[in-house]
Design a protein around this ligand. Sequence first.
Ligand SMILES: [Zn+2]
Length: 463
Amino acid sequence: MPNFNWLESYQLISAVPLLEFPKLGNSMNMAITVALTQMENSQWWPEEQIEEAQFGQLFQLLKYAIKTVPYYKDFPVPNSPQELQCTWQDLPILERGNIVGEGGDLLSKFPPNSHGKIKTQYTSGSTGQPIAVKNTQLSRVFWRAFTTRDHIWHGRNPAWKLGHIRIAKKGVAEYPGTVGKGWGALKGKDALIETGPIAGLNINAKVEEQAEWLLRNEPDFLITYPSVVQKLAEHCLKQGIRPTNLKQIETISEVLTDKVRHLVDLAFGVKIVDLYSTRELGYLGLQCPKNNHYHVQSEGIYLEVVDEQGHACPAGVPGKIVVTPLHNFAMPLIRYAVGDYGVIGDPCSCGRGLPVLKSILGRERNRLRQPDGEYRWIGLSAMAYGEMLAIAPIREYQIVQVSLDELILNVAVDVDLSTDQIKTLSLWAQKSLPFAGKVTVIGHDELKRSANGKLELFQSLIE
Ligand SMILES: [Zn+2]
């Protein structure tokens, strides 16, 4: 157990007039504080104890879902948490498509009043059709507790200045960027703890502008996307730019590769931390404070990695990531397939009992289909990246599967590729991916991002 006492290090904001000591926040923040205080202990419980506690909660959730949610009405009613734990893997997987088609059926007819106000979170589905997920104030208590846990785990000083290169509408946070007080959306008495200033910049700023913004604002801590930080690191290396104040970078939303970790180390010499979350489910995994893998956030979700039959994959074997949020009684999602694939790891050397998610393999539709019809995982090694860069100075790449026997490799380059480079890159792709079919290489000035700003590294146009 660590000696770190978060309540000692992070100053709570007092919401009660005339109260200075000891401080008490508003009711939402007091709930977060109590949740977090318990989570400071539960993270160290043995894995079996954590799972037993989760099934106590899942038992409540499933019984409530069967009683009040039309979609689950025919599910077998469990008699005890122990029985549920034994039969859990027999429950069907809820695919993303079920939400689009049957969103209404998944809503509870009687969401518990005591769980607070219901809000809707929107997220873009793989078809571009938005998915609406409803959650309660209770789920949001845990959401914010995990945000704070992430700061605690990675030793962030709340007085730090946060820099945020983010998705924003045209006209919002455009270069030269915005400055403000406090890291989070909640300010003043609504915030949980005192935090330092924030500098924001629209993701569409040019890389030169981002670098200038970085030097002018000198944040201690930067949050952005792996593809943004990659470009920025490359630019800074090339131009000999090095911010002096930066202490840590956190990446969100896209897959963080070893290549980008290495680049950040080279360009900025700071720690890079990844976060695995989805808008509809909240925090799924936080990076371990001591290792590059993730710890499942078991106090908020029950996460499984399963095979095509819905049965648990052993550690080290990739499978579908299936998540059940423990506290959302307004729209219970039981065994929901997030659309990502992952690999469970062995217990962590840090001593935490929270299960290890060794890697996240990206979106399901990004699996590469072979000419023989079989699926293969695409995972480029650091060495393969090195080989690619030796062929041509590629800034970004994207692989698009157009048919069973053809891939397109889109690459962003400053200077047009020669016929020879195109040929060598095509051979490299066939060898490294691995793919026996034809690979067409196309050079671009810039690669197109999807509507939500993500750069999809792999795309499949066949299913
Ligand atoms: Zn760990």
